[in-house]
Design a protein around this ligand. Structure first.
Ligand code: ADP
Ligand code: ADP
Length: 226
């Protein structure tokens, strides 16, 4: 769990294009924020800045009141789930899930315990020895989530994680993501194109346009008072 505060956060790319014009936003502990808006409005840029994958041109980004620039990468404790899973094809599900822990030097027995516990939480316990190619799209997405959960991050970032799945599975995974996010109590920022996904998942919606935040509010509030 963590609070995030964005203060006049600005992103100008090296080519001079400004993708974010001073974003102000406070995100509460355990809150699920969904970011929507047309293609090119800056959603991915924002997420990538939160993930520490893009430098901050101006303004401030703080996690639990500490500026991210003052934090070591390991202290950021942020995990990102992408739509293209990015699993290691030559590793089993268990090894994919345990990889980040191994890199951190977590002892084998503890890794095993955490991997097993996470697998039970998301229904992967019977698939731990499989390779990614032996899994369905939904199962791969689950592994991608499991890999993030096992690290026990303070913040979860989702970049259109369900857009490669069929409609039925999208609905199912959406429900599951929300259930897990609330159960783990982790703060989450979720980017999507899908209006229904946005409305059903969000504690609060952030509507972006042209590198600005246009509106912020609960789904009820935004859709009742357009
Ligand atoms: P979204 O995710 O909402 O589709 P992006 O954050 O990907 O939007 O992009 C926002 C704007 O920034 C777009 O106009 C895009 O072309 C531009 N942009 C993205 N990445 C770069 C980059 N590396 N250099 C220059 N402009 C970029
Ligand atoms: P190492 O990576 O140190 O060579 P292993 O290959 O035995 O050790 O395990 C790799 C990782 O996957 C570890 O994080 C381990 O905890 C986990 N792991 C491997 N197999 C399983 C399994 N069947 N159930 C749970 N965790 C497993």
């Amino acid at each position: 769990m963590a609070t995030l505060s964005l203060n006049a956060l600005r992103k100008t790319y090296p080519n001079g294009f400004t993708a974010l014009h001073g974003i102000d936003l406070s995100i509460d502990d355990g809150e699920l924020i969904v970011v929507v808006g047309p293609s090119g409005c800056g959603k991915s840029t924002l997420l990538r800045m939160l993930a520490g994958l893009e430098s901050i041109s101006d303004g401030e980004l703080a996690i639990d009141g500490r500026r991210v620039n003052d934090l070591e990468p390991a202290e950021r404790d942020i995990a990102m789930v992408f739509q293209n899973y990015a699993l290691y094809p030559h590793m089993s599900v268990a090894d994919n899930m345990g990889y980040a822990l191994k890199n951190r030097g977590v002892p084998k027995a503890e890794r095993r315990r955490k991997v097993e516990e996470t697998a039970r939480l998301i229904g992967l316990e019977d698939l731990l020895e499989r390779r990614p190619r032996q899994l369905s799209g939904g199962q791969r997405q689950r592994v991608a989530m499991g890999r993030a959960i096992v690290r026990e991050p303070k913040v979860f970032l989702f970049d259109e994680p369900l857009s490669n799945l069929d409609a039925k599975l999208r609905v199912q995974m959406r429900i599951e993501i929300r259930r897990l996010q609330k159960r783990l109590g982790v703060t989450a920022v979720y980017v999507t194109h899908d209006q229904v996904e946005a409305m059903t998942l969000a504690d609060r919606l952030v509507v972006m346009n042209g590198g600005h935040i246009e509106q912020v509010g609960t789904p009820m509030h935004l859709y009742e008072c357009p």
